[in-house]
Design a protein around this ligand. Sequence first.
Ligand SMILES: *Cc1c(COP(=O)(O)O)cnc(C)c1O
Length: 366
Amino acid sequence: MTSEPSYGASLTIDLGAIAANWQRLAAQAPGIGCAAVVKADAYGCGLARVAPVLWEAGCRTFFVAHLSEAIEARTLMPEAVLYVLNGLLPGTGPALIAKGLRPVLGARDELAEWAALCAELGTPRPAALHVDTGMNRLGLSVADALALAGDPILAQAGIGLLMTHLVSAELPGDGVNARQGAAFAALRAALPDIPASFANSSGVFLGPHAHHDLLRPGYALFGGNPVPGSPNPMRPVVRLEAIIAQVRTVAAGETCGYNGRWMAAQPRRLATLSMGYADGYPRSASGRGAALVDGVRCPIVGLISMDLIILDVTDAPGAMRGAKAVLIGDALDIDSVGWAAGTIGYEILTGLGSRYVRHYVTGNAV
Ligand SMILES: *Cc1c(COP(=O)(O)O)cnc(C)c1O
């Protein structure tokens, strides 16, 4: 990667890896549809670049959280099936209809409002029905959904997809998976004609019983490990590198950074990176995270500041002014970066800052 001194850090996004990951997920459930969840600007990777790549890979159904995101996706993919996960917010019906977007209806009143809109138009417009099997976040209760069996409102509202969302899919041993599976099976038995979607990224790996008709992965597309504790079957997508602005030596007893939170026990070499929490690298990784310089793991020392991060590069002779440090990439996958910051890789991805120079590469052919 060429050095670009006007930026402190560069973010490289491998679009080829995203396409390969989608195909890998689709191959996990042969004969089953595989959608892509591209909310939050495609998990921070940039919807405008990611959407055409997924479309090209063969993906035809996409989920976003907000109407605004769906409107952007529509301009990128005029033919795609686009679902809005957060449902029918008051007043958004006409815009959804105008753009051919499908709300994921999550309550009786949303269902009634959408059915009324369809009646006004004289024709059902496709939508999904979200049933809450344990999350208590969005969706009709299982009892309310079961009571809809035989109700003409389902056809009037164009319900063409039944879905629920897993509480703990990344923990296969958690009994809640089986309870949600059983509730969803009962629902499908009561509403047998409606195709169904159950599995997020980790759900895809719970086994064929979790696949139903349409997979709904997000995180794994962007390189997150859907099977924590086991080797990551996905290809890494994101690489974050920052430039070393200065290197210095400190004597034993000296501190670095705000409030002197770290003190050198012996003489140490420190490198200051031109990147900080304003770039989306969490301050909570202070004293816990690390970066790689020539493959050598260099701990982050002191408090991360807005525009700067200090590394202990004593063991990395290649650390010098202008050299690069890898914050995400190689041995530092997004899951481990999230862990070091006391959060999850999802939050690292979606927090990726806007101050980086972004490079999109296609990597190796799929
Ligand atoms: C975000 C989201 C997904 C995707 O989940 P991942 O864990 O990122 O694969 C699927 N379904 C719903 C309802 C979501 O909100």
